[in-house]
Design a protein around this ligand. Structure first.
Ligand SMILES: *Cc1c(COP(=O)(O)O)cnc(C)c1O
Length: 374
């Protein structure tokens, strides 16, 4: 038996919509399927504007351009996250001020934010780790008080909520990912949400290579030209066609993932292993079954666990290496120790979680876990 960590799920309609896009006569971006995906997500989240992008990384880079981030600016980012969260702002010349994670879960510790804010701080990036919400009311209040912006890195957070509000609808901006490792996929793909209206018009220009082509397509201007900086952030219709097939099945996909998550949870509820944190969910957050993770107090035991599963055909993985002590950033970091980030780096494991994981697979995984702890 060989159980991979992830297997991209296909609904079966992807090729159909791609065929439609290819023969529609418009294969480049901002066509009918792109607009369909954007409208679907805008309605579902209730945000002001949505723009499909070629990745969440690109959506974050668009935010950095929209905020005119430049040398001398500081952006607060958790150290325990994917590189793109920080890299988008580093590309514009900003200094990253890393914030540590909470003791009870890997999200940023909102109680540590105010001590990190200076007159140079322009934005806070709240990463909803494993799709579970950061404490957004606290973060938004701090941002309002200091007149800085909040970006939700919602790459993992589709179909998840903070006190009833959809993640992605709360910060001034939010970014989503449709990379094949996420719940809803298009191979590579992403989306930018604009919740602060003042950025809506310019976002479309930056998206379309610094031109007002989107407005031209709508017949709002009689010619289009170069009016600002920009890049080619929009995906082709082929990507949006793939994504549309997935979005149509979002409720079905989520239902299956949640059922798998619940089986892992039940397994650990019965075991209650000592010295192990089991996928915690803060009271204000929901679970979107992006990930099932556990955290060992001791890194060596984590590595033993991964090896034990591997020897029995189960591929479990760890991540992230703390960004503040990464080869690229370590000599740029201000030297503060970020203990909790280190704890998650060394102790966290993610179990296989994908739509086609069968009950049979789950029996094998859970009984292997029981053997390890038993
Ligand atoms: C996956 C991920 C990204 C990057 O998404 P891409 O679409 O691959 O660019 C950024 N941030 C977080 C937290 C992620 O999990």
């Amino acid at each position: 038996m060989k159980i991979p960590f992830n297997k991209p799920f296909l609904t079966g309609k992807e090729a159909h919509y791609i065929y439609q896009a290819v023969y529609s006569g418009k294969i480049s971006g901002n066509g009918e399927l792109t607009q369909r995906c954007q409208a679907f997500m805008k309605n579902r989240l209730g945000c002001h504007k949505t723009l499909m992008t070629t990745s969440c990384t690109d959506a974050l880079e668009m935010v950095a351009i929209l905020l005119n981030i430049g040398p001398g600016d500081e952006v607060i980012v958790p150290s325990f996250t994917f590189v793109s969260t920080a890299n988008a702002f580093v590309l514009r010349g900003a200094k990253i001020v890393f914030v540590d994670s909470e003791k009870g879960h890997p999200n940023l510790d909102a109680a540590r934010l105010e001590e990190l804010i200076t007159e140079k701080t322009r934005a806070i990036v709240a990463v909803h780790y494993a799709g579970m919400a950061c404490d957004m009311d606290v973060i938004m209040q701090i941002a309002e008080k200091h007149k800085i912006y909040v970006v939700e890195d919602a790459a993992q957070a589709i179909d998840s909520f903070y006190n009833g509000k959809p993640l992605g609808s709360i910060g001034h901006f939010a970014t989503f990912s449709f990379h094949e490792t996420k719940n809803i996929i298009s191979g590579e793909g992403g989306m930018l949400c604009i919740n602060d209206e003042q950025f809506a018009a310019r976002s479309e220009v930056i998206w379309e290579k610094g031109t007002n082509r989107a407005a031209f397509f709508r017949g709002e201007v009689d010619k289009y030209g170069w009016i600002d900086v920009g890049a080619s952030f929009l995906p082709s219709e082929v990507i949006s066609a793939f994504l549309w097939a997935q979005l149509e099945s979002i409720d079905n996909i989520q239902q299956r993932r949640l059922a798998i998550w619940a089986r892992y949870k039940a397994c650990f509820d019965a075991l209650k292993p000592e010295g192990v944190m089991v996928s915690p969910i803060p009271p204000y957050a929901t679970n979107n079954a992006h990930m099932f993770f556990i955290v060992f107090d001791q890194g060596q035991r984590r590595n033993d666990f991964i090896k034990y599963l591997k020897d029995r055909g189960i591929h479990a993985v760890f991540h992230y290496q703390s960004l503040h002590s990464s080869p690229y950033y370590t000599d740029k970091h201000d030297g503060r120790e970020l203990k909790m980030s280190g704890y998650y780096s060394e102790g966290l494991v993610r179990l296989p979680l994908f739509y086609e994981l069968s009950e049979n697979d789950l029996d094998h995984i859970t009984s292997t876990i029981e053997q390890f702890f038993g």
